[in-house]
Design a protein around this ligand. Sequence first.
Ligand SMILES: [Zn+2]
Length: 110
Amino acid sequence: MKSYNDPSKDATGICKNCGKAITPEESVIVNGKLYCRECAAQTSHEKRLYRSRKDRILFGVCGGIANYLSIDPTIVRVVWVILLFVPHLFFVMVVIYIVLGIIMPLEPLT
Ligand SMILES: [Zn+2]
């Protein structure tokens, strides 16, 4: 089996995402699975929790959570608003939102 990127080299593994044959130098292990460098960069980028730049009303926290979970940002906002009306939870949810707004990094420009 030859490397997809460099046919002069022997591949030792297969990328779990794109299926390309890869050499040990091209291999990256993410969460115990083997990926090529490009796929590892993509998966680690997608799985970071960022505040959203495009789906934002206040700080983009709900948009960022929705992005992370691959769901509609409106669903996250509706759930958040419902939780605000649960007795005793209003203050907690407001504090969590502000804390997340401060500690979550803003989505990098691509
Ligand atoms: Zn790959």
